[in-house]
Unconditional design. Structure first.
Length: 297
């Protein structure tokens, strides 16, 4: 099969499902410094389904609030700007990713659950590594593989050749994708992120999370570290999470890149971290179930 053209990729992006407009509006408002809690509450209330999803997430065990939150205004006030933003992106990601992607051997729900797992893992590692805002790592982990929903058909049609190339030349799945198809899912995901007008920091996560060694040297150190943390979370999601797909076993952890941003994975670091992440899996399950119930409303 000939390599994919940019026009084909753009066409696939245009066919993506319509995202919840109120959620997108709120996400853009939160990028503006002038937005206050009252304005956010007013916009969220415009969509009863979105309101229900926000409240269900607030009251899930994953967020662990000591009392029940019953109104949007209360939720916005208690959550804080950063946590609310990651929650909004969680709702957006559920709509985009909760679908089968057979090209990657992903059944319905697999890609979504995998994204949620990576997000929770990235946030945990972000706290561990003292990121200024671990919620950005959460959102980056959530959206890092959105390119798969576009590239899946092309990967499926070329899977035998991609797999053979990884074995023959000992390269990872991402590089084999690009060699065989002409694009990889990180490049395609960047196009999707640009179509959705995502913030530049999230575009950078999507573009570079597999290859932090190729991060632009002009990136602020905190952003470079955050992207490297998403890379680590992605690798560990393939090991101990769910919904990794047929490319998960071919993931290459870039230890040198992690060391360069101050993440020392020597000694028993990974063993202890994996134990901590496994303990988070019940929380991820509860979060996924809360979203499924909200989606049925």
């Amino acid at each position: 099969m000939p390599k994919v053209t940019l026009q084909e990729i753009i066409g696939k992006v245009e066919q993506l499902p319509q995202l919840p407009q109120v959620a997108l509006r709120v996400s853009r408002m939160m990028e503006e410094s002038a937005t206050n809690a009252e304005k956010l509450s007013d916009v969220i209330r415009l969509d009863p389904s979105f309101t229900s999803q926000v409240l269900r997430l607030c009251n899930s065990a994953a967020y662990g609030f000591s009392r029940r939150i019953s109104t949007v205004k209360e939720a916005v006030a208690i959550l804080g700007h950063s946590t609310l933003k990651s929650m909004v992106y969680t709702i957006i990601a559920k709509v985009a990713l909760d679908r089968p992607v057979p090209g990657y051997s992903l059944s319905e729900g697999d890609l979504w659950y995998n994204a949620l797992t990576c997000a929770v893992y990235a946030k945990h590692i972000g706290h561990r590594e003292r990121l200024p805002d671990p919620e950005v790592a959460f959102t980056g982990g959530l959206l890092r593989d959105i390119g798969k929903i576009v590239l899946g058909d092309f990967v499926g049609a070329n899977y035998a050749e991609i797999e053979a190339l990884t074995t023959k030349e000992r390269i990872d799945f991402l590089d084999a994708e690009e060699r065989v198809i002409g694009f990889n899912h990180s490049i395609v995901g960047t196009r999707v992120a640009e179509k959705w007008n995502l913030p530049p920091v999230l575009v950078n996560v999507i573009r570079h999370h597999h290859k932090p060694v190729k991060l632009p040297p002009t990136l602020p150190p905190a952003e470079a570290k955050m992207i490297s943390i998403v890379h680590l979370a992605d690798a560990l999601t393939s090991m101990v999470g769910k919904g990794a797909g047929n490319d998960g076993l071919m993931y290459c952890l870039d230890a040198d890149a992690l060391m360069r941003v101050g993440i020392n994975i020597q000694g028993d670091y990974l063993e202890r971290l994996i134990g901590e992440l496994v303990d988070l899996n019940p929380i991820i399950k509860d979060l996924a179930e809360s979203m499924s119930i909200a989606g049925d409303n």
